[in-house]
Write a protein that binds this ligand. Structure first.
Ligand code: DOR
Ligand code: ZN
Length: 345
């Protein structure tokens, strides 16, 4: 397909970091411009662990939105070893909490309060299985003996396969998959097990972290992988398989927090998300598969209606600013100073 315009059902982002306070105010409009809904990650400081905290956070997000938007934040709870099964019943009853996020303790940004031993949360997982509340997984082991490029595959072998066996009906999303092994595992799984794929993992391989020097703005977790894995992700995203759906993992950090001796993980893509996915799909001549991935598979998985309105993309390049406002600082967005080939009309 080589047409210069593409109309699709308005998409949703099934994995997003909106932060809080002034940072939230700076980024939420970027997402609301293109997406109708987003699954909002709970890794704030302190984390969003209760329905009451999720309700308050939701209120702050709604208050930070531009006046003319109908964007809906879909809230999540942060799973800790202190989470009680009753919180799951409350979450389900709330109508605004749509999932629970599992961070292995120490795996990534603000994951210190995460889970050390999955066995400690089995009663909570059992409640989630019963209430059909999805478990969203940061699927990487934290064992320092495992090479950082192998941590997703090790997670599948050590944790995901046993978890599937113990909780066969638990709805699960393996978030931001980065490897061929993950794509294959998910493809073979039943329909209540899915995966999100980011735009940056579709567009870059790990060479991008070291192109002419160290590139902190291409550092995220799970870290970018070899080209063969990127090819497997592109195949998974574009082949029409309903297991796979759009989740940007757009994760803004202040410029100084990334350009540092120990820089934070996270890539900001919300300013150009659907345009970047269009580029990735276009690279394979599969633009006709974008709508299902971006707008159908996610709501179908979560049991929510598909959006009724449309957006239009045009093959018209634009230049991404060098920086974007970010609270009292700035954030360096993906493709800063360079072109994105597609524009939102
Ligand atoms: O790169 C990442 N950034 N990966 C994560 O898992 C967390 C995220 C963040 O919150 O900054
Ligand atoms: Zn994330």
């Amino acid at each position: 397909m080589s047409s210069a315009r593409l109309e699709i059902t308005r998409p949703d982002d099934w994995h997003l970091h909106l932060r809080d306070g002034a940072a939230l105010g700076a980024v939420v409009a970027d997402t609301a411009r293109q997406f109708a809904r987003a699954i909002v990650m709970p890794n704030l400081k302190p984390p969003v662990t209760t329905v009451a905290q999720a309700e308050a956070y939701r209120g702050r997000i709604l208050a930070g939105l531009p006046a003319d938007t109908r964007f809906q934040p879909l809230m999540t709870l942060y799973l800790t070893e202190a989470t009680v099964p009753d919180e799951i019943a409350r979450a389900k009853a709330s109508g605004f909490v749509h999932a629970v996020k599992y961070y292995p303790a120490g795996a990534t940004t603000n994951s210190q309060a995460g889970v050390r031993d999955l066995a400690h949360v089995y009663p909570v997982l059992e409640a989630m299985e019963r209430h059909r509340l999805p478990l969203l997984m940061h699927g990487e082991v934290t064992d320092p003996a495992v090479d950082i490029f192998d941590r997703e595959q090790a997670f599948i072998e050590r944790h995901l396969i046993p978890l599937r066996a113990r909780f066969p009906q638990l709805r699960m999303v393996l978030e931001h998959i980065t490897t061929r092994a993950a794509a294959e595992f998910i493809r073979e799984a039943p329909a209540h097990v899915g995966a999100t794929i980011t735009a940056h993992h579709l567009l870059l391989n790990r060479n991008a972290i070291f192109e002419g020097g160290i590139r902190p703005h291409h550092y995220c977790l799970p870290v970018l992988k070899r080209e063969t894995h990127r090819q497997a992700l592109l195949e998974a995203a574009t082949n029409g398989d309903p297991h796979f759906f759009l989740g940007t993992d757009s994760a803004p950090h202040a410029q100084h927090a990334k350009e540092a001796a120990c820089g934070c993980a996270g890539i900001y893509t919300a300013h150009a998300a659907i345009e970047l996915y269009a580029e990735a799909f276009d690279s394979l001549g599969k633009l006709d598969r974008l709508e299902a991935f971006a707008s159908f598979h996610g709501p179908d998985f979560y049991g929510l209606p598909r959006n009724a309105d449309k957006i239009t993309l045009e093959r018209k390049p634009w230049t991404v600013p060098d920086t974007l406002p970010f609270g009292d600082s700035v954030c360096v967005p993906f493709r800063a100073g360079q072109d994105v080939a597609w524009s939102l009309a």
